[in-house]
Design a protein around this ligand. Structure first.
Ligand code: DX5
Ligand code: ZN
Length: 220
């Protein structure tokens, strides 16, 4: 099943409520919330108190992408704030198994992300306990970068491994997804599509979301 998760990194944060309602009206399934700490990545965005405020303005699934060095320490705050899917990086400093268990024991969906330079096999030991894996198709830190098509073999290998184990895994792609690149990602096996600049920069976000979904759906 295809899910479209607009990255609110590209939204106008001064009118979040309106932006979120617009995304729901335009057919978004999830909202992708990028959390950056200025340490794991060279940029700073927002923390759990802001997510708590956001929660008042949307009933969409909050897909929280933690680009922070110590996710284990902050995940309880994000859970209390209303996160639904919690994705942290396998390259972070937190113990992976313990962090996954913390998310799962709170009844939330645990997801692991890999940066472009990290082999996808790093997540294989944890697949049975994950609801989603995020394959980054840009270096994390900023919106508006170019899609890295050379990440597709990682998606294909992951999809194959999940099928071999009989796991119904969501595979998310994040970075440079647009109507021009979405088919490449979906064909490789990605079914959860994050797009920031392509959606918020569009004159007609509803049309863009519909197009992303229909182009990806050809492969599922
Ligand atoms: C980058 C973030 C992305 C970003 C994607 O570090 O994880 O979610 O917002 O932006 P676009 O779709 O513009 O590449
Ligand atoms: Zn992201």
């Amino acid at each position: 099943m295809i899910k479209i998760s607009p990255s609110i990194l590209s939204c106008d944060y001064s009118k979040m409520g309106e932006e979120f309602k617009k995304m729901k009206h335009c057919g978004a399934d999830w909202l992708h919330i990028d959390v950056m700490d200025g340490h794991f990545v060279p940029n700073i965005t927002l923390g759990a108190p802001i997510v708590k405020c956001m929660r008042k303005h949307s009933d969409l699934v909050f897909d929280v992408h933690l680009m922070i060095s110590n996710p284990l320490k902050y995940i309880p705050d994000f859970i209390r704030a209303g996160a639904d899917v919690i994705c942290f990086h396998v390259e972070s400093d937190s113990p992976v198994e313990e962090t996954i268990e913390l998310i799962r024991s709170s009844g939330k969906i645990a997801a692991l992300a890999v940066k472009p330079g990290t082999p996808v096999e790093k997540v294989f030991p944890y697949l049975d306990r994950l609801g989603m894996v995020l394959i980054m198709t840009v270096e994390p830190g900023f919106g508006g970068q170019s899609f890295m098509a050379d990440m597709m073999p990682k998606i294909t290998a992951l999809r194959r491994e999940c099928e071999r184990r009989g796991l119904d895994m969501d595979i998310q792609v994040d970075g440079g997804i647009s109507p021009e690149t979405v088919e490449t990602a979906a064909k490789a096996g990605a079914n959860v599509l994050v797009a920031g600049s392509a959606i918020f920069g569009s004159d007609d976000p509803k049309e863009t979301i519909t197009l992303l979904r229909s182009k990806a759906a050809k492969y599922f």
